[in-house]
Design a protein around this ligand. Sequence first.
Ligand code: PLP
Length: 369
Amino acid sequence: MEIRANRLDRAFYLHQAEYEEAALRVLRSGRYVLGDELNRFEKEFAAYLGGGHCVGLASGLDALWITFRLLGIGKGDEVIVQGNTYIASVMGITLNEATPVFAEPDVHYAMDADELETLLTPRTKAVLVTHLYGMMTKMQPIVDFCRKHGLYLVEDCAQAHGCKDEGKAAGTFGDVGCFSFYPTKNLGAFGDGGAVWTSSKELAERFRVFRNYGSEKKYHNCVQGANSRLDELQAALLRVKLRHLDSLNEQKRQIAVRYLQEIHNPAIVLPKPAIGTENVWHQFVICCRQRDTLAAFLKERGIGTQIHYPIPPHLAEAYRYLNIEKGTLPKTEILAEQVLSLPSYIGLTPEEQSEIIRAINDFSLEKDI
Ligand SMILES: *Cc1c(COP(=O)(O)O)cnc(C)c1O
């Protein structure tokens, strides 16, 4: 049996007729950008998140950098961000010439709120929280910290569509929630896409203007903007997937529950959701002291895995200019050496999962040399 690390075709075939109907509807409509599908998707996604305003954009990275741009964060400003995130979170900050200040993760792969006070400087303007792997961060301490110090709070929800903390949706705790609809995400499109959520009607309007060359009215450009629009085809397909999102997330949760119950190997550290959170299990990420040996062992048994992520942003070549030495963020760096994502995609069969669980339970550590 060969089990790939990830595959997206099975989620498509699960609702094939609905996707094909939506795609044809758009193709035949003659309207491909900034039309009715986008308007409806924005309303439906905002409603899914519990109210407020949603604005569709071209990608998750655009959602991040445009957010910091519109919040007025730039050169000389600092944004606190966790070290263990996808590099796009950090690029959202640095594309505006602001400086990322890295926080270490806690045992839930989440930003360690206890550290925030020590990272605060007179230049701190915002905190960016990533709900990594679909593991919801406990938000109250971070919300309180931002209120106390007058900071903006932005959430990177690229991996967290449908996550909740104490019943409240990820993305709605602060000023802006940033979403990606890259195909692998829980609410994945069939190409690139992204969105922001905000409770402010005025800010939502500024995103709408910015994404369309800064024009409020055709050919009346009031600010310098970007071309960052979620197209009609993706919006229509996302409307289909959004209708099924809770059930798709439930399927991923059931996969996670089986892994949590059936992996019994002292060499493996299983993910630990925080109390009071609802996770969407974007990735099922374990830790192993001999991660590369484990990955090779699984590969030998026909099982693909992935690493999210092998190089933490502060050690990426792109950020050499920040002059952050290896060893500065020990918890983040250990995670980069130990994390491994197991197959947990929609449509993974019970037999395939049994095979994966069996292989993991068969693995034993090599003697340390
Ligand atoms: C995928 C992802 C992004 C970027 O989204 P794109 O749509 O690929 O630009 C940002 N942050 C996190 C945590 C992500 O997983």
